[in-house]
Each structure stands twice: as C-alpha cells, then as structure tokens.
Ligand binder design. Structure first.
Ligand code: ZN
Length: 204
C-alpha cells in the first residue's frame, strides 16, 4: 500500500468527533475567505503554515504561482477557478504567495535548462517582466540574488495580472476584495508581505 494511504488511514482514525462534525457540515457547502495562489513546489504547504482548517483556503497551485493576464491562451484553465472563487464563493482576499528557492524563478536565469521543456519555457514567459525587474535590481549577475529578486517581482507581476481578470477587476472596483502578495521563505519559514504603499516586501 502507498505510504500516503497508510497515512490517510491514520488520519481518519485520529479524527475527533468535533472534527467529524465540522467535516460533515462542510460537505453541505463551502465559504472560504481566501483564494490562495501558490507554487506547486512540494515544500510550500499553505494549509500547514497558515494553520488553516478545511473550508478556509480555496487553492490554486502551479509552477511559479503564475496567473497569466486575462485572455492569454495558456491561462484559460485558471480563469474558471478565479471566477468561481471571486464571483460565486465571494472570497474576501486573494493571496499570491511566491517562495524562496523557487525552481521556476531559477529557470528564468538558466534558460538552457528549458531547451527540452518547451511547454515550461512558454509558461515562464508570463514571468518575463519579473526577470527584467530582477536584472535591473541586481547588477552583478549573481544568480542567487537574481532568483531572489525575481521571486518578489514575480508576485507583484502576478498581482497585476490577476487584476486584469474581469471578476477580480469588478471586485477591486467595489472594494470587496483585497489583493495580497506574500513571499514564503522555505529556509526560515518567514513570510514577507508586499506593502503596496511603499512598493516593497516587509516581514509579516
Ligand atoms: Zn516554486
């Protein structure tokens, strides 16, 4: 048996009666407060580090926590998730969460690693602006610093991209939603939050 299924059996047998009640209640419908967009990276576990219970985060994960601007062919699968979260579930917050040591952001500065991965290369074109911002900020060409700068810039770029989606644009115009940008540090577990006024990330 897969270790995951063994874990599942343990999880199920450990559920308390109050947890089971909550789960049964949730089966009738969800009302999450957050649309949480993060990278697929196995080290990024939003439910764990935000201590979220079932029913709290409506999640979308992909390589590089990228949201193509509305209308882009490669982002079509995401439009439905975003529209459903904003228009139907009426989440109050969207969080776009990047992370340090992101392989997708590293690949921006090692394009030869993408030679045999044309689909990934195409996908990362949605982070091209982040790459340019990082090159402006880091003059010495150090790839670790470039990646770090791109991780932060990419969060801001994707915040701008998601705001082009009609449901999000509408909600922003009505002040019914907050757009948040985070960077989760894999090494320290720190979370940096984007300060829209000063246009920089600060510790949460
Ligand atoms: Zn990543």
């Amino acid at each position: 048996m897969l270790k995951l299924l063994e874990n599942y059996k343990e999880y199920k047998s450990d559920l308390s009666s109050s947890q089971l009640d909550r789960i049964r209640q949730l089966a009738k419908g969800q009302k999450p407060e957050y649309l949480f967009i993060s990278c697929s990276d196995s080290r990024v576990m939003p439910n764990l580090f935000t201590k979220s219970e079932p029913g709290s985060l409506f999640e979308l994960q992909n390589a590089g926590n990228i949201i193509p601007a509305y209308g882009a062919e490669s982002g079509r699968g995401m439009v439905a998730t975003i529209d459903y979260a904003v228009s139907v579930l009426k989440v109050n917050n969207i969080i776009i969460c990047g992370h340090t040591f992101c392989g997708a952001m590293q690949a921006l500065f090692d394009p030869e690693t993408l030679n045999k991965l044309p689909d990934v290369a195409k996908w990362l074109e949605h982070s091209e602006v982040a790459k340019r911002i990082a090159h402006n900020e880091v003059q010495d060409g150090d790839k670790i610093k470039l990646t770090r700068a791109a991780v932060e810039a990419n969060v801001v770029v994707q915040m701008n991209n998601i705001a082009t989606h009609p449901s999000v644009a509408r909600a922003i115009a009505c002040n019914s939603i907050n757009l948040n940008g985070w960077v989760y540090d894999l090494e320290t577990t720190d979370i940096l939050v984007y300060d829209k006024t000063h246009k920089r990330f600060t510790e949460a």
